[in-house]
Design a protein around this ligand. Sequence first.
Ligand code: HEM
Length: 495
Amino acid sequence: MDPSSSTKRPPLPPGPPADPLIGHLRVMPSDKHERVFHEWSKTYGDVIHLKVLGRDIIVLNSTQAATDLLEKRSGLYSDRPNLTVYVAMGWDPNLAFLPYGPRFRKHRKLLQSHFSENRQSKFQPIQLQNASLLAQGLMENTKGYQHLVSRYTTAIVIRIAYGHQILTDDDMFVQTAHDCGYTLNNGGPPGGTAVDFFPILMHLPSWFPGTYYATFARNWRWAVDKLYNQPYEYVKKQRAEGMAQPSFLLDQLEAMSGQTLTDEEIGDIKGSSGIIFGAGAETTWISLETFLLAMLRYPEVQKKGQEEIDRVIGPDRLPTFDDFDSLPYVECVTQEILRWHPALPIGLPHRSTEDDIYRGMFIPKGSIIFANTMGMALDENVYVEPTKFNPDRFFPKSQGGNGEPPLGAAFGFGRRICPGRHLAVGSIWIAVATIFATINITKVKDEAGNDIIPELEYETGLTSRPKHFPCSTAPRSDKAARLVANECDALFERR
Ligand code: HEM
């Protein structure tokens, strides 16, 4: 059957009632899309259709539907829609925003091979050292957890992408990372702002209704430009002076050595290394803030994690990646962080490139496809008490758990699945293991001496970060403080 023929076409997937002409414009959520879509799925099912001003939108609310389409039929579902706000900020010449095609394949191959599972041992010494620096900062507890966690995740990706180790807070790349993180956290839901539906708003003055994100994009473009240019110039200079350390960007420059680079080739080098920083720092940072938030609300999880570390590692050394198989609870905590509040709650939208039929429903060519990661995390058919932070859910039933699967959706689907996922899991895992080994995370008290229980409040953007919450951290013991100090001293001496 020819699905493009309207006479024989099966029905579109169900969705809420629409208005003539403007379709679902009035009911489209302006905030927390993932929660609204999840609620709608209880009425309309796991595949929902919306139409906004002639644009078809398909929301996939179950892992099953997302796997069936985005993975099993990835040849049809691997394009990206034009994300107007993020493109206007200058994010586009990189893998995450590239449409499916030859340039996408070029960037994808480079990043996928650099971050493949079997290359992770190259990055582990970097993650290990920076985990000790993070623990040292949390022990001193003067800078605030946000600053320390962002420095940890930024330091790892900067070292890998550009060969530069961040050791001080006034490092030039730290502010660049903060500014870029701000654009991702506050640029509105990807593909879901008024500017995405009316791109003309990009050209209207900022007093015009609906132009908020257009103005935001214009005002913050410099931050993304800086992300692309500053490190590129830095590595080029280091290389010219014979000082460059091994890095992703250096590999690209070496591979093109002796050639006159076209603007597109320079753009490829800047974009493919910039996205390591852009996609890798903010996401992992959010995951670790979510971890701290969870430990404040679920102190019994911290206690159990510390007990596992004490039993397996003891007090005389810090955890390393060699301990991975012996620390299953730390692994479950890592997976629960990724599930409980995914850093990209609605993923990055895909776009379909052909008409398709799924379970008897018509999916038009050119549809914007949202895989609702948060909806999948909250799916009660898969997770018991899904809003609870419960790492034990992943243990097999024979070991007292629920035998539930990790949320693979946290890293997306098919040909666009996150190429940095192995690095991300390693960075989260070693930070959690090191913190359990060395730090007590406790609630701050209010003036009356009562514990402040932090709210679960998150920003809305492409990424979604917890709003600031009070959190206290201190060394678990003098011995733990000495172990961490020794590791950090060794790191500074090696410089
Ligand atoms: C906890 C940390 C992370 C999370 C939750 C995360 C999640 C995601 C998600 C949901 C996507 C969209 C996948 C899709 O379209 O189906 C994505 C794409 C991407 N991620 Fe990550 N990511 C993380 C860390 C990283 C790191 C460390 C890197 C860099 C090494 C990275 C690089 C990328 C890139 C380049 C893409 C675009 C892939 C493409 O469009 O083909 N991510 N990530």
